[in-house]
Design a binder for this molecule. Structure first.
Ligand code: UCC
Ligand code: FAD
Length: 582
């Protein structure tokens, strides 16, 4: 009988053991591959100092803002207290802070200042890679902002978009603008050509007014947007299909009555993830706009934006994988089960090692695409580089988008039940990863884009691909430790070449059925070659060699096996349909 037992009020006895949470450490310092990659290609002290300091700031300050963005999602206020329509998207103070931070840190500007020549894009993207998992999804508006700046630059920085370009690429928070990318309408997001109903009505002064409905518009608190619409001729007619689409620039502004000019926000989307960021449905009701492309060249003109946003998407995918791994390995050193730390259970470490190999592959693949982009923008790209950039952009986006979901999902499991608990912040990583394979082109749509760019280049992009992959392998010929990996990639290259020869005589339907497997094969083989190349670097470690070997143990060429190839034959779509719809 103890005195405390007689107390009417006493704290519940919940035991004294509490699990330790995983601790986020400086993501730059923690990332051996990132630092190794930069030491190899861009050994610049200024960049190392900047990234190390930025990494520190992410841990001490910004990561918390990102969490606040998740906890205080945007909301839409349609009317002011006196009943006037205002359509105000209210965002959290942390979301606004992200905008200031992005400007000051030059997260878009670095790509346009080009202080590091052809490596400027690599620098910019490495910084975004660190930022992304802590950014509260602010990397989404940054991607579109970067894409818009790229489109303007490619069209020509002149009136009426001179000012916009200056703002999109500014480092001054009060000058910096973000952009939207309004493409998707109710009828469709993949098939933009038949999905776009928005019309552009010419005005006397050469500008236009847009009327239509945009079904998905992300980061809708942006200052401007690029969008697609069909120009009406004198009799009010428009041209259907892709040939009728033109590219427009519009500012998002308010009139003296406080209402959005020519715009109404119908509602905010109720999303699985990306909740930190507003995604709206918009009625364009006479939105003032300027045509940026020639009439009918809308899709081709916005393609530059797609290239940039797809690269950003891939950066976010690799970054999500890296983040979950960094937390998982920290946790593995804290959590004890069956008498020892998780890090001392070989099966647990093997699971993390598999995730690590996938993450390394994703990082090297996306960095290589950034390198190619930098070369192209710097005027130092060969024809081969340009072909590779065109081919690998959809490949890296579709492959990393899918792998991010797999790796992050595995990552959540590594925390046991805690990985499933919302207030740990971990489930949000998975919910946000799920979108990476949907927006900016789904996996299938991008697989078909791969086929189209192969066909349109008369196979030149594939020639560039094979030639560069082989040159990477040739560099490894004297490294005996890597020979199983080299042999595997070499064999996969031959299989793929052979498949392409056979498949090209089989017709378009056959190729279409093979498109996804082909795109995956392109990704896996090329990534294998990059991991091998990284392992050949004079300062590479045995871990780099091991990572290359591990990657190349998997099925690299998915279009090789006879059974699978059979599935591309004429009879199989009917069987697939029967299987699905029985
Ligand atoms: O989802 C969106 C925003 C989400 C938020 C931002 C996230 C950013 C990452 C953040 C990370 C946290 S915006 C919506 C994105 N929508 C899409 O991605 C659409 C997906 N659909 C496609 O990609 C289709 O393949 C279409 C729309 C491009 C197909 O349209 P068409 O009209 O059938 O296209 P064509 O006929 O294939 O191509 C028309 C022209 C051709 O040029 P010309 O006429 O000179 O021969 C093509 O070569 O456009 C050119 N073109 C391209 N050029 C088409 N695609 C490309 C390309 N990818 N690169 C270069
Ligand atoms: P659909 O095209 O209807 O696709 C449905 C399915 O069919 C997919 O699995 C697809 O892979 C498959 N499919 C389609 N065509 C083919 C084919 N030819 N062969 C085989 N399979 C095919 N859009 C914007 O413009 N701006 C934004 O800011 C924006 N933000 C977004 C934010 C979020 C959170 C989300 C989820 C979407 C956003 N989108 C935005 C829209 C996004 O780009 C589209 O949803 C996407 O491009 C897919 O288009 P869809 O929804 O019409 O799907």
């Amino acid at each position: 009988w103890e005195a405390t037992d007689s107390l009417t009020f006493s704290g519940a006895r919940i035991g004294s053991f509490f699990q330790e949470r995983p601790v986020l450490k400086n993501p730059f310092v923690e990332d051996a591959l990132l630092r190794g990659y930069l030491r190899r290609h861009l050994p610049n002290q200024e960049i190392f100092s900047d990234l190390a300091a930025f990494g520190e700031r992410l841990v001490s300050e910004v990561d918390e803002w990102g969490r606040e963005c998740e906890l205080n999602p945007p909301r839409l206020v349609h009317f002011d207290p006196w009943g006037r329509r205002v359509d105000h998207i209210v965002t959290s103070s942390s979301w606004k802070r992200m905008k200031d931070l992005s400007a000051r840190e030059g997260l878009v500007a670095i790509g346009y200042e080009r202080a590091f020549g052809e490596w400027s894009r690599v620098y910019q993207m490495c910084k975004l890679y660190l930022f992304s998992p802590s950014s509260g999804l602010y990397t989404c508006p940054l991607a579109m902002t970067d894409g818009a700046a790229k489109v303007i630059q490619s069209i020509g920085v002149s009136s009426p978009v001179e000012e916009a370009y200056r703002r999109l690429t500014s480092r001054q928070p009060d000058v910096f603008w973000t952009s939207g990318q309004w493409m998707t309408e109710r009828r469709g997001g993949s098939d933009v050509a038949s999905g776009t109903e928005t019309v552009a009505v010419p005005q006397r002064d050469g500008s236009y007014k847009l009327h239509g409905f945009k079904w998905f518009t992300s980061a809708t608190d942006a200052d401007m947007t690029l969008t697609l619409a069909r120009v009406q001729d004198g009799s009010g007619e428009t041209t259907p299909g892709s040939k009728g689409l033109s590219l427009f620039y519009a500012e998002v502004s308010r009139g003296q009555d406080g209402r959005l000019r020519g715009l109404e926000v119908q509602r905010l989307k109720d999303k699985l993830g990306t909740r930190q960021m507003p995604t709206a449905e918009l009625l364009l009701d006479g939105l003032p706009a300027f045509r940026l492309s020639e009439e009918g060249r809308g899709v081709a003109s916005i393609a530059n934006m797609l290239t940039i946003t797809r690269i950003h998407n891939s950066i976010s995918a690799a970054a999500a994988m890296r983040r979950v791994l960094q937390l998982a390995r920290d946790y593995a050193a804290r959590r004890t089960v069956f008498g020892k730390h998780l890090k001392d259970h070989p099966l647990h470490v093997q699971t993390l090692a598999r995730m690590e190999v996938e993450t390394r592959g994703a990082f090297l693949l996306v960095m290589d695409v950034c390198r190619l982009l930098g070369c192209e923008e710097n005027g130092s790209a060969s024809r081969q580089d340009s072909h590779l950039l065109r081919l690998l952009t959809p490949v890296v986006k579709l492959y990393t988008g899918k792998q991010a979901v797999a790796v992050v999902s595995e990552g959540l499991e590594s925390f046991g039940g805690q990985g499933y608990m919302e207030d740990t912040g971990l489930p949000g990583i998975l919910r946000d990863a799920q979108v990476l394979s949907i927006w900016e082109g789904t996996t299938n749509v991008l697989s078909l884009d791969v086929l189209r760019c192969v066909a349109r280049s008369s196979g030149m992009v594939l020639q560039a691909y094979f030639s560069h992959t082989k040159s990477l392998l040739a560099g490894a010929s004297s490294f005996s430790s890597l020979s199983p990996a080299v042999k595997a990639v070499d064999g996969a290259v031959s299989d793929l070449e052979e498949f392409i020869k056979v498949a090209s005589s089989r017709g378009a339907d056959y190729m279409e059925a093979a498109a996804r497997d082909l795109a995956y094969s392109l990704a896996r083989i090329y990534t294998g070659a990059l991991l091998i190349d990284q392992a050949c670097w004079k300062e590479a470690s045995s871990v780099d060699v091991y990572a290359a070997l591990r990657w190349c143990e998997q099925d690299l060429c998915l279009v090789t096996t006879k059974q699978r190839r059979g599935h591309y034959d004429a009879g199989f779509p009917t069987l697939d349909a029967a299987l699905v719809f029985e």
